[in-house]
Design a protein around this ligand. Structure first.
Ligand code: SAH
Length: 357
């Protein structure tokens, strides 16, 4: 189990260790002639103790530390700018090593902290109401860049290891179109010897990549799943989410029905409320019909607008009326007032605003 990359030529730029799994670091220790458990100590040093250099890995002998420093480094995505909302949410603009940029959102709550993570640079899915879509897709993030978002923000905000963290893949990108790297990152994020965020506090949100929902369902290390429903008929959904033509509602809901839930686990459906478009009582009744028999809850998200897009948010009364139709039919529904709207950190607003100022 050789880690990626060559280990012998020190004329190469040192390789970033972020994203290496425990097994790979054990293999690395082995290759360098050390006991495998030394690799586990590197793993815990990087992800649990959040070391950013090798001298601070004081449980390793000097030779191993020197060998590591010669060949490797520990580099987080660089915080280029931070935009602090009046509601205390912070939108972080992070610079990657190839000069691409992504965003991560920090949302402190009373008893927990939620981090909203990106899975790709930009997005390929092209939902008509989402600002990230305007960027197009640049590339997938690596597992190291995904884990690095958490470590960079944890360092900046001095989040203690013990803090109650929630991680949601609801930033830029479609996580199910980068599933290998996302799951590789989740394995590190959820490992008690690494970042230690329980799987039940990690959520992957998808626009509805049906075959990948089936694939995720079979993964014992899968986090929770949220599905961006956003419409009550195929016609409506085709118009605002073109991927629905490839993966229509019936197939999407079938995949959700096949997604075996753990005890007390719910599937979450997100529904962006667009004025006059998908917010009628008849839509709400159709949503109830679609989700019948599923252990589901619905998050109603007021649309966050901007001059580039033609939509309007549903009036609050309409959101409340829609919610009432769902809850009165025993479908739990919550209104999710987006945080960080004043700094373009809210749902659907991540579009690298401010990158060139
Ligand atoms: N691509 C994944 C992850 C992004 S999650 C997905 O689609 O689920 C982003 C969430 O914000 C999605 O539920 C999406 O429906 C919602 N969203 C997108 N644009 C929005 C906007 N302008 N206002 C409010 N919510 C929006």
């Amino acid at each position: 189990s050789k880690p990626h990359g060559s280990m012998s030529n020190s004329d190469h730029k040192p390789q970033n260790l972020l994203g290496f799994s425990r097994e790979e670091l054990e293999g690395l220790a082995d290759d360098l002639g050390h006991a495998r458990f030394r690799g586990r100590q590197v793993y815990e040093g990087i992800y649990r103790r959040r070391a950013t250099d090798f001298p601070s890995l004081t449980n390793l002998n000097l030779r191993f530390r020197a060998e590591l420093a010669d060949r490797f480094r520990i580099t987080y995505p660089q915080i280029e700018r931070e935009f602090v909302s009046t509601d205390r949410a912070v939108r972080y603009l992070l610079r990657l090593e190839d000069e691409n940029a992504i965003e991560t959102v920090y949302m402190p709550e009373e008893k927990r902290i939620t981090l909203c993570l990106s899975s790709q640079v930009g997005c390929a899915v092209d939902c008509k109401f989402c600002f990230t879509a305007l960027l197009g897709i640049k590339r997938n993030l690596t597992a190291g860049e995904i884990v690095g978002q958490v470590l960079a923000v944890a360092q900046a905000q001095q989040i203690p290891h013990r803090a109650r963290l929630n991680l949601v893949f609801m930033g830029m990108g479609e996580p199910l179109l980068n599933l290998p790297a996302v799951m590789r990152a989740v394995n590190i994020l959820a490992d008690p010897n690494a970042l230690g965020v329980p799987l039940r506090r990690i959520t992957i949100s998808t626009a509805g990549i049906v075959p990948k929902i089936h694939e995720l369902a079979g993964d014992p290390m899968r986090p929770k799943l949220a599905v961006s429903l956003n419409a009550s008929t195929d016609e409506q959904r085709n118009a605002i989410m073109p991927l629905n033509k490839k993966y229509p509602l019936k197939h999407l809901i079938d995949a959700c029905r096949a997604f075996t839930l753990r005890p007390r686990e719910y599937l979450t459906f997100e529904y962006v409320m667009l004025d006059g478009l998908n917010d009628a009582d008849a839509d709400a009744r159709r949503v109830v019909g679609l989700l019948k028999g599923l252990r589901a809850k619905v998050n109603l998200i007021p649309y966050n607008g901007g001059p580039e897009l033609p939509y309007r948010p549903s009036p609050l009364q309409r959101v409340l009326g829609f919610q009432e139709v769902l809850t009165s039919r025993n479908l739990p529904a919550y209104i999710r007032i987006s945080r960080g709207q004043d700094v373009r950190a809210a749902c659907g607003q991540l579009s690298l605003a401010g990158i060139e100022d």
